[in-house]
Design a binder for this molecule. Structure first.
Ligand SMILES: [Zn+2]
Length: 289
């Protein structure tokens, strides 16, 4: 075999570009996670990581949240990667509300984080990165709160990127912007928006999710969703006033937290946009000092 042939073979076997994940592949993960029991959802993530031979840690916790009589048990799944002094956290909550299949909320976020783990496994990270599947978000952000409580890299925290609701529409909605805990990450988010060329909107208001646990500890954070055009305005409107009629009700909320939150309402395009945007954001973040 000629040297050039060997080189071509080598680059076919070990492409310099990152392994990619198509939106269709991501939607397949959602179809495998939706409707499962809380334990089944976590087991699916673990099985997938084992299949890819990806090392993960678990953070088991039990907590007595305010205004509750009973202890709530949960388990975060964490995939540590990279090396360096500073730390990036990427998170998606793995749990769903009871009686909902939990496809868009938040099987989609789980699928995108799984895709990133698969695609960026051998990325030349300049930083440590924890890909997290937080448990019990729907019970009051308990998993992410537990993670922050035990967070050893607080002094070296660079940014937390939260993915929640990724599977409908084609507009990237980022928030909550402002408040002093996204001054570093937001310019990089805007560059990622420019580079991907996707419809993009940033808002001061964003629904509560795991980013809040980091915000409460004054740690840099941002949330990223993919929603139908117009939904960002409607979500902001809904969060800032009590009066919401049918016309101003956000599309994504129509099935969220209901028995109808199934993958049939999601698209591979939306998941692909979320994946591409977040991957670009992580690559730009990795280049930043
Ligand atoms: Zn959610």
């Amino acid at each position: 075999m000629k040297k050039t042939h060997i080189l071509i073979l080598f680059s076919l076997l070990f492409p310099a570009t990152l392994a990619s994940q198509t939106g269709a592949e991501l939607l397949k993960y959602v179809k495998q996670i939706e409707g499962k029991t809380p334990e089944g959802r976590k087991q699916f993530i673990k099985d997938q990581l084992k299949r890819w031979k990806v090392r993960y840690q678990t953070m088991v916790f039990q907590t007595n949240p305010p205004f509750r009589d009973s202890l709530i048990k949960g388990e975060n799944i964490i995939v540590p990667m990279g090396k360096g002094e500073k730390k990036i956290v990427v998170g998606a909550h793995s749990d769903a509300v009871a009686n909902s299949p939990g496809a868009n909320d938040n099987g989609g976020g789980v699928a995108v984080v799984l895709g990133l783990i698969k695609a960026m496994g051998d990325y030349p990270w300049n930083y440590k990165i924890d890909f997290c599947f937080f448990d019990k978000e729907e019970d009051g952000l308990l998993g992410s709160r537990e993670f922050v409580k035990k967070y050893k890299d607080r002094e070296n925290h660079l940014a937390m990127i939260n993915l929640d609701v990724e599977g409908m529409g084609d507009e990237v909605y980022v928030g909550p912007v402002g408040g002093g805990d996204d001054n570093f990450i937001m310019p990089i988010v805007r560059r990622a928006a420019k580079r991907t060329g996707r419809a993009f909107t940033e808002r001061a208001t964003y629904p509560s999710s795991d980013h809040v646990s980091f915000a409460n500890a004054k740690l840099e954070n941002i949330s990223v969703s993919v929603v139908p055009k117009g939904d960002a305005d409607k979500l902001v409107g809904m969060l800032s006033s009590q009066k919401v009629d049918a016309a101003s009700f956000p599309q994504v909320m129509k099935v969220m937290h209901t028995p109808h939150d199934s993958s049939t309402y999601m698209t591979s395009k939306a998941l692909g946009i979320s994946f591409e945007f977040t991957k670009t954001l992580l690559m730009l973040l990795n280049e930043s000092k």
